[in-house]
Design a binder for this molecule. Structure first.
Ligand code: ATP
Ligand code: MN
Length: 457
């Protein structure tokens, strides 16, 4: 159908006085003696287009006035009665699809929780139009950032035989039926599709390192899968993961890259999504725009893990989990540090080696690794980052200490045999980033079809 985006009709001043055709879904209908008003949304803009119907000239099919009906409207673009924008004086309104009154998107019932039950229809609301506009703009900005800095965009495998140890539980990939019997685990997988145990990747890092030790600067942007049984507002079984890997970068270098990239993307979202950000600021998180403005214009905090533990022990706060040197920080601790103490994004650096992964660079103190988590107010961790161990002997000893199978990491170890270089990388959870910039509080509300424990609607 030849038609224009509502975005263009609202924003392109050269269309004033012209005849155009638009299509969309009816959001509201108001009637009076001489005129009727339809508000039309097509998803291309957060603002809707007002359609003005002069009843002396046009008889409106009552089906076209129903909430949720899809229509096509021809008319003349005129300056809006109120405000800056444009509206459309209708000359012809055609019904495309009727919408019966049981349409579940009604003004009074739309809580986010209710909408989670109708993932196929909830996208037609203002909230989800705004969330997914921001998500899309952020994804484009991430690609643009890396492209402008001459990173290669690489695609690492989704099906993998290595499990990036420590990152999370893996989903199995198998073609065996439920009744398959075998005498041992090895025997069972020997007859499976790949002839060995395989699963969905929890991270593209190991393969990312392969690419970075050839191209210097790479990033991945794809799905990761974690079979974690954590039913929280921040975990999904399937999430999108941005993982840059940079050769010749040490921990401070990669932290600088992470900070620069986040600021770039936040700025792009604020510049390109003003209506959406105003909406989130008013209805999801008061002060959101000011918060993000401050993030873009100030340095992120940095604290050593050891100092953070001391600070938490002295904190005047009630924690469910006690803090001791050597413990993994819980979300409550992360939130305290970033929300109460620093009130801005915070890198916690140099974690104890026993709570972190085998591949992280061992620090000279023999106790900690060159790793950092970036914590943000409202969420906790959004980035996990480290310098990778480039020393073959140290890497092997860390793997032995964890009882890992060396044979399946042969390629990974080879990177330390043939021209090993210092290198670092990080993993940013895309949904957590979208939560942070929109103020949405549940990760299920920034994902089209969220997958989590007992939920695959
Ligand atoms: P957490 O401690 O919050 O479970 P993690 O330490 O397991 O996260 P990493 O393995 O460091 O996470 O993954 C890098 C990033 O990927 C995290 O900082 C987070 O933003 C994101 N992430 C990890 N697991 C999930 C998940 N299940 N759902 C959504 N995002 C995730
Ligand atoms: Mn982590």
């Amino acid at each position: 159908m030849k038609h224009l985006d509502i975005y263009d009709v609202l924003n392109d001043k050269s269309l004033l006085g012209k005849k155009v055709t638009v299509c969309g879904w009816v959001r509201t209908f108001r009637d009076s003696a001489q005129v009727a008003f339809l508000e039309l949304a097509d998803g291309t803009s957060f603002a809707r287009l007002q359609i003005v119907v002069d009843k002396s000239k046009l008889t409106l099919d009552p089906e076209c006035a129903k909430n949720g009906a899809s229509v096509c409207v021809k008319g003349e673009v005129v300056k809006a009665f109120k405000g800056e924008g444009a509206e459309l004086n209708a000359e012809e309104i055609t019904l495309l699809g009727k919408c019966p009154p049981e349409y579940p998107i009604q003004k009074k019932r739309t809580t986010l929780e209710f909408l989670r039950g109708i993932p196929h229809l909830r996208l037609r609301t203002n909230t989800f139009t705004a969330v997914f506009r921001v998500r899309s703009v952020a994804a484009q900005a991430i690609h643009r950032y890396f492209h402008e800095h001459r990173y290669y965009y690489v695609n690492t495998p989704i099906i993998t035989a290595s499990d990036c140890e420590g990152a999370g539980e893996m989903f199995r990939v198998t073609t065996h039926g439920y009744q398959a019997k075998a005498s041992s685990e090895a025997e069972y997988y020997k007859n499976d599709f790949f002839g060995q145990k395989a699963g969905l990747s929890v991270s593209g890092q190991l393969e990312g390192e392969v690419a970075a030790t050839a191209f210097s600067k790479i990033y991945t942007f794809g799905p990761s899968f974690r079979a974690e049984n954590s039913n929280t507002t921040r975990h999904l079984a399937e999430f999108w993961h941005i993982e840059p890997e940079v050769a010749f970068a040490e921990l401070p270098d990669i932290m600088e890259i992470a900070e620069d990239m986040l600021k770039y993307v936040i700025k792009a979202v604020m510049d390109e999504c003003p209506d959406e950000m105003n909406f989130f600021d008013s209805f999801m998180e008061k002060g959101l725009k000011e918060k993000l403005h401050n993030v873009v214009n100030s340095k992120f905090g940095v604290i050593d893990y050891t100092d953070a533990v001391e600070m938490l022990k002295k904190a005047n706060a009630q924690f469910v989990y006690p803090v001791e040197w050597g413990c993994d920080l819980q979300t409550e601790h992360e939130k305290y540090l970033t929300e109460v103490v620093f009130k801005k994004p915070l890198f916690v650096i140099n974690y104890p080696k026993q709570i972190k992964s085998f591949y992280m660079k061992q620090n000279a103190d023999g106790k900690t690794v060159a790793a950092t988590d970036l914590l943000v107010p409202g969420i906790g961790e959004i980035i996990g980052c480290s310098e990778r161990e480039a020393d073959l002997e140290k890497l092997v000893s860390a793997m032995k200490a964890r009882g890992m199978d060396m044979q399946s990491y042969k390629q990974y170890l080879d990177l330390r045999v043939f021209g090993s270089v210092p290198h670092s990388g990080f993993g940013l959870g895309f949904e957590r980033f979208v939560m942070y910039v929109t103020g949405m509080e549940n990760i299920r509300d920034v994902t089209l079809f969220p997958r989590s424990v007992n939920n695959i609607m």
